[in-house]
Write a protein that binds this ligand. Structure first.
Ligand code: XUL
Ligand code: MN
Length: 349
C-alpha cells in the first residue's frame, strides 16, 4: 500500500533562481548559468524543470531553426545527464517589441502573426526536450484601456491561435495558466473557469488543460484549493504553480505556505484526495528568491517550498478521518475548525 494516494514529481523553472531586480531597483545577485540551475534542481531533490522557450534558447528571435534545434538538444543532454525531465515549455509572448499590445490579441495583424510563429518555435523546442506540454500564460492578452480592444473578438482570436497550434502539432497539449492582471490591467482569461471554458471553444478540447497558480487565484479573489478542485472536476488540472501571496497586491510568488499555511494545507488536501500525479500531473513551484537573500542562499525558497509541501502531505494523511466525518455529520463546523487548527499546530486535540 503506498503511503499517499498521489504520486508527486516536483519541478521549478530557471526564472525561480533570479537576481532580485524589481521595478524599483537593479539586480542584487549574479546571474547563474542554466547548467548550474539544472544541477541545483537535482541536488534539491526535484524531478523536472520547467522552461520558457528562451530559457532553452536565449535570443531565440535571432536564431535559425538549425541553431535552435542544436541548442535545444544541448539542454536535453544536460537534463538527461542529471536524470531530470522537462515538464513544459512556455512561449515568452510578452517580452518582444511585437507583443507590446498583446500577442494573439494584438491590434496589429503582423504582431499576431509573430505570436503564432514564435509559439510554433516553442512547440518545436518542447518536442526536442520531450516536455509533455506547452503552458500558455496569456500575459498581455487583455487591455489597459477597455475600449482599445473588442473583448469578444479577443477570446475568439485566442481560440483561433490555439486551433492553429493544435493543428501544427497533433500531439500538442496546451495548458492555460490564468492570471487576472499584471502586466495588463484586465486580462481576458482571468480565472480557471475562463481557462476551462476556453478549452471547450477549441477544435480539440481534450488537448487543452489548465495550470492553477496559488498567487493568481488569490489575486482574482478566489481560493486556490477550490480553483484546483474545479479544474480537477473537469479532468483539466495537469500542473500547478504552488507559491503564496499576501492579499491583493503585486504578484509576490512567496514560498509555498509562507503566508497562509491553512490555505496551503487545503491545496495539498485537494491534490492528495484526488490522487494527483497518477496521470502524469506535476507539482511545480513558481516561487521567487527574496530580494534580500545573498548569493549563496539563493535557492532556500525552493527547498523550503518542497519541504513544506511534504510536511503538509503528512498533515493531510494523518488527519483523523473518523473525527472529521463525525463532526461533519453532527454539522459541528466550529469544532471541525478547531480540530483542523489543533492538527496543523501539532497540539493535542
Ligand atoms: C507569471 C507566471 C509565469 C508563468 C510561466 O505570473 O506565473 O512565470 O508561470 O510563463
Ligand atoms: Mn506561474
Amino acid at each position: 500500500m503506498p503511503k499517499y494516494k498521489g504520486e508527486y514529481r516536483f519541478s521549478f523553472g530557471p526564472w525561480n533562481i533570479d537576481e532580485g531586480a524589481d521595478p524599483f531597483g537593479p539586480a542584487v545577485r549574479r546571474p547563474e548559468r542554466l547548467a548550474k540551475k539544472i544541477k541545483t534542481a537535482k541536488q534539491l531533490g526535484f524531478d523536472g524543470v520547467q522552461f520558457h522557450d528562451d530559457d532553452v534558447v536565449p535570443d531565440i528571435d535571432t536564431k535559425t531553426p538549425a541553431q535552435i534545434a542544436r541548442e535545444a538538444k544541448r539542454v536535453k543532454r544536460m537534463l538527461d545527464n542529471e536524470g531530470l525531465q522537462a515538464e513544459f515549455v512556455a512561449p515568452r509572448l510578452w517580452f518582444a517589441p511585437q507583443t507590446v499590445d498583446g500577442a494573439f490579441t494584438s491590434n496589429d495583424p503582423k504582431c499576431r502573426k509573430y505570436a503564432i510563429e514564435r509559439s510554433r518555435v516553442a512547440i518545436d523546442i518542447k518536442n526536442i526536450i520531450e516536455a509533455p506540454w506547452m503552458v500558455m500564460w496569456l500575459a498581455r492578452e487583455g487591455s489597459y484601456v477597455r475600449e482599445s480592444k473588442n473583448p469578444r473578438i479577443e477570446v475568439l482570436q485566442i481560440r483561433d491561435a490555439f486551433n492553429e497550434l493544435l493543428a501544427y502539432d497533433p500531439t500538442l497539449m496546451i495548458l492555460v495558466e490564468p492570471k487576472p492582471n499584471e502586466p495588463v490591467d484586465s486580462a481576458i482569461i482571468p480565472t480557471i473557469g475562463h481557462a476551462v471554458g476556453l478549452g471547450f471553444l477549441t477544435d480539440d478540447p481534450a488537448r487543452v488543460g489548465c495550470l492553477v497558480e496559488t498567487a493568481h487565484s488569490v489575486l482574482a479573489g478566489l481560493d486556490p484549493a477550490d480553483d484546483m478542485a474545479y479544474a480537477l472536476a473537469f479532468d483539466k488540472l495537469k500542473s500547478v504553480h504552488l507559491n503564496d501571496q499576501g492579499g491583493l497586491k503585486f504578484d509576490q510568488d512567496k514560498s509555498f505556505g509562507s503566508f497562509n499555511l491553512r490555505r496551503a494545507f487545503n491545496q495539498v488536501r485537494v491534490l492528495e484526495e484526488y490522487g494527483y500525479g497518477r496521470h502524469g500531473e506535476w507539482v511545480g513551484f513558481d516561487v521567487k528568491t527574496m530580494r534580500t537573500q545573498k548569493q549563496r542562499v539563493n535557492t532556500k525558497h525552493l527547498a523550503n517550498s518542497r519541504q513544506t509541501f511534504l510536511f503538509l502531505l503528512d498533515k493531510v494523511a494523518t488527519l483523523d478521518k473518523k473525527i472529521e466525518a463525525q463532526l461533519v455529520k453532527a454539522r459541528d463546523y466550529e469544532e471541525l475548525d478547531r480540530y483542523i487548527l489543533c492538527h496543523l499546530m501539532g497540539v493535542k486535540y
